[in-house]
Write a protein that binds this ligand. Sequence first.
Ligand code: ACO
Length: 289
Amino acid sequence: MEFVFDIHKIFLEPITKLDGNLLPIRRPLISSSEAQKQIMTVIDEIGKASAKAQRLPAPITSASRMQTNPHHLYILKDCTPKTAGRGVVIGFLKVGYKKLFVLDHTGSHIEAEPLCILDFYIHESLQRNGFGKELFTLMLRTEQVEPQHLAIDRPSEKFLSFLRKHYNLRSTIPQVNNFVVFDGFFRDRKAPGRKLQPKRAEGEIKPYSLSERDFLKQEEGLPWPFSQAQSSLNRAGSLGSSPTRAGPRFIPGEDDFVKSLRSCRPHSLHRAANGEQEDPTQRRRTSGR
Ligand code: ACO
């Protein structure tokens, strides 16, 4: 994804980590206010591209949502000599902590606050080149989390395949909310979940936790996967065979500049990336909206 301004002046590292203040730890080479404006444009555009790729009716990642939610955004840019011009954004990964009620293997509700994968996108022309893995690996190291301890907000088929391939995450623990958790979710956690007391009235338990996608309100309030079933009934065949999301409908235009990146291999993880050293003061947790 290209922009009219110079990506290399706002993102000095191959992968830039952002939080709600929308300014990287390594200060941009232009004024903070100008950088923030450009970064907002980047976030809005990549958010739109991700929504189109996932066939969502509206973006779930935008600058304004970043400013109002304690999420972390990892943005991957190209850093090959070929793209020494204004630079290109390859993709992004958005994560955040959420309070969830997660079912364990016995069907008990466990109150947990896992790191959730909320949005993940690599430009269509560059998928299956290892860029997603590069972003994901850096996020895991920065957030100091094991892949099996993550909760995934309604993963797409491509993402499920990604998790199977790179992290051997296959079997899931059935949930009644929009989040997918895998076997191993409850094993060796730093902060084990809290089993809800039996005396607690069932009415106090939220039946499902709100996912990023719930604010879109396109499925009339039913949690995934029930919403998918309902939606398939309502719009016969429109979502294809995916139990999660349909494949991309929109393919952003591919120019020569982007094509030149096809051959480009993932950046080395040894390169320093801002945010790699986690600043504990920046780790804020959501209260589960
Ligand atoms: N079809 C099936 N599997 C795919 C595809 C695809 N088109 N693209 C990537 N994968 C999976 C496969 O397991 C693939 O391995 P393979 O090529 O040996 O089959 C593996 O991912 C490749 O790994 P990377 O190259 O590191 O991944 P990539 O850079 O393609 O990024 C991502 C993965 C982010 C899922 C990307 O494919 C993408 O942007 N997809 C469209 C948007 C999307 O579905 N995002 C996830 C939404 S769910 C959420 O965000 C919580």
